[in-house]
Design a protein around this ligand. Structure first.
Ligand SMILES: C[S@@+](CC[C@H](N)C(=O)[O-])C[C@H]1O[C@@H](n2cnc3c(N)ncnc32)[C@H](O)[C@@H]1O
Length: 229
């Protein structure tokens, strides 16, 4: 899957704010001293796994991404107990293997949410957690988007789809799966970047802001935390 949304990862060695909060959430559910295995789906430059490994020293880490550029960057991070693969996670055949699966910014590439979520859960052991981060609509509308980023001369791209909280909740409840949505709040403003697809903020009151992107789409961001029984 080609995407122009990975531009900001090229020279980035610090965690993005949404990744910092994700690490906080993971800290609450998992003991740093334990052994375990984590998979980061759509790991991009691998920086999340690097920071994770500094705290969860006994974990084995796997990162997969469909972008060879990103995987090549990730491979430059010299971290022990770590594998990076260029791979579509839908074709990754490990069953009931990981203690933590993270998929941040990935579900939006799919026109159907059910198969990717089922696949993500299949990679997890029982009583383990899946952490999805991305756009979910608080209004009950599902949206499929195709865009062309003329700044990068891209062809038609995906990665901005969003499903409603109700749609996802109905699906998970039907399967009797335990889950929780947690709203993402950005405590600072983001300036527009040259690459227009990168999100930025627009202030509309002293305290409130909207996160938007160059496709003129508002991004309502949430963590979806799912426990596999
Ligand atoms: C928006 S970026 C998010 C990167 C990072 N996880 C984060 O949270 O900042 C989405 C990443 O997912 C990757 N991706 C998209 N579809 C994928 C798939 N089916 N399997 C693995 N990686 C995928 C893209 O190449 C891209 O690097």
């Amino acid at each position: 899957m080609k995407t122009s949304q990975t531009h900001t990862y090229k020279n980035k060695i610090a965690l993005k704010y949404h990744q910092k909060i994700l690490l906080n959430i993971i800290r609450q559910n998992h003991n740093q001293k334990n052994n375990g295995k984590i998979l980061d789906i759509g790991c991009a430059n691998g920086i999340f796994l690097k920071k994770f490994s500094e705290e969860f020293k006994n974990y084995h880490l796997t990162g997969i991404d469909t972008s060879s550029k990103m995987i090549n960057l990730a491979k430059k991070l010299k971290i022990k107990n770590l594998n990076f693969f260029k791979k579509d996670f839908m074709k990754y055949n490990k069953k009931s293997y990981f203690d933590i699966v993270v998929a941040s910014g990935v579900l939006a590439f799919y026109d159907d949410y059910s198969n990717p979520i089922i696949k993500m859960l299949s990679l997890l052991k029982k009583n383990s957690y899946l952490y999805i981060f991305g756009t979910f609509n608080s209004a009950n509308i599902d949206t499929l988007v195709k865009f062309r980023n003329n700044y990068t001369n891209s062809t038609w791209e995906k990665g901005l789809n969003s499903f409603s909280i109700k749609t996802i909740s109905r699906f998970l409840k039907k399967k009797k799966i335990k889950f929780k949505f947690k709203k993402f709040i950005l405590p600072f403003n983001l300036k527009k970047k040259n690459n227009p697809i990168i999100s930025y903020t627009l202030k509309f009151s002293k305290k409130n802001q909207l996160i938007l992107n160059g496709a003129n789409i508002r991004m309502e961001l949430f963590y979806l935390i799912v426990k596999k029984r």
